[in-house]
Design a protein around this ligand. Structure first.
Ligand code: ADP
Ligand code: TRP
Length: 331
């Protein structure tokens, strides 16, 4: 049994990318490992600094975690800011995290481009807080999508550096993990290679989307003017549609449309109809559970309380050890 940690920022509804990149793994892993799954609300402040939607977004992610099948009696499911020990470990780790390495991080450079008027220190130290999230429970496996690989590499750097600095083996090095061996990157519907909630309108299918919304987005998805000559590579938008089909449709369906593509008889409209139908079939039960949970405040509060308690117990143990290793005297 290993210790597993992962989190998702509370910046809105979860989409199929979050599901297949991360949550699907959470659900499988909870039965085999000691799992901690959380809602990264501290992290959400790096891009969403105002309190307007904070509690609503946290509640929504909690609902969607539960709807996807995380069992709070088995896994520890909690809200990051309910565990202030994480903030303390983040502070301690940041003393040995260097400006140069943080500035080189791709996601930081990306955010500088996307929000040039708000290049805050939290964005720069985002990977330090993420490392704290992980090593506070001494986790070795971190189920995440492919876009998080570099953050995991940095988490290993910080964990190893701490161990070396204080001549200890306190922290195991954490690794990104996907159940089906390769890390996943789910493409968007707008022709871009990543489905994401901060991407363009219509890029993402959310777990809570209703039938109409899904059909509309899929039917509007970017394609091309038709297959090229045999042997010519598929264009990115069409490859995306096939990849999405590979995720929600049966293998027979995928090979049927691949055949029609190869014979240049494909009608993208038909393919999209099929894809929309399969996405709806996949998300419908999730959406039903989301709506039911949304009406159960008492249960949600109970889950959050229980998770905070279990997560703090584990975090406090680590922080006590870390304080002693660094040389702070016990109060
Ligand atoms: P977003 O990119 O929409 O803002 P987050 O950054 O909050 O989503 O991602 C939360 C988790 O979901 C991470 O583990 C991330 O790797 C995964 N994830 C997000 N988008 C995708 C995607 N398109 N494909 C695979 N995994 C993804
Ligand atoms: N950076 C992750 C994302 O954007 C969210 C996250 C924060 C996380 N802390 C984490 C993921 C710790 C795994 C482990 O998706």
């Amino acid at each position: 049994m290993e210790t597993v940690v992962s989190g998702i920022r509370s910046t809105g509804h979860l989409h199929l990318g979050n599901y297949f990149g991360a949550i699907k793994n959470f659900v499988k892993m909870q039965h085999q490992h000691r799992c901690y799954f959380f809602i990264a609300d501290y992290h959400s402040l790096t891009t969403h600094p105002t309190p307007d939607d904070l509690s609503r977004n946290v509640r929504q992610v909690l609902i969607e975690y539960l709807a996807a099948g995380i069992d709070p009696e088995i896994a520890t499911l909690y809200i990051q800011s309910d565990v202030p020990e994480v903030a303390e470990l983040y502070l301690l780790l940041s003393m040995n995290a260097y400006k140069g390495e943080l500035e080189r991080c791709t996601s930081f450079k990306d955010k500088v481009r996307k929000q040039p008027d708000n290049v805050n220190a939290g964005l720069l130290t985002y990977p330090v807080l993420m490392a704290a999230d992980i090593i506070i429970h001494k986790a070795s496996k971190v189920p995440v999508g492919k876009d998080q690989e570099q953050h995991l590499e940095m988490a290993r750097t910080f964990a190893n550096r701490f161990n070396r600095m204080y001549s200890t083996d306190c922290f195991p090095p954490p690794y990104a993990f996907n159940f089906d061996s390769e890390l996943v990157k789910v493409p968007g519907l707008d022709g871009s290679t990543k489905m994401g909630k901060s991407e363009a309108e219509g890029n993402a299918i959310f777990l809570a989307d209703d039938e109409k919304a899904i059909r509309k987005k899929v039917m509007r998805a970017t394609t091309d003017s038709g297959p090229g000559k045999p042997g010519e590579p598929m264009t990115q938008p069409v490859e995306n549609l096939f990849n999405l089909m590979g995720i929600v449709s049966s293998p027979e369906t995928v090979s049927y449309y691949l055949d029609t593509y190869n014979q240049a008889t494909i009608r993208y409209g038909d393919m999209k109809k099929q894809l929309a139908g399969d996405m709806i079939a996949f998300t419908a039960p999730l959406r039903e559970r989301i709506l039911a949970l949304d009406a159960d405040d008492k249960y949600l509060q109970k889950v959050a309380r229980m998770g905070a308690e279990k997560a703090r117990e584990s975090a406090q143990k680590t922080i006590r050890e870390v304080r002693e290793i660094i040389g702070f005297s016990a109060p």
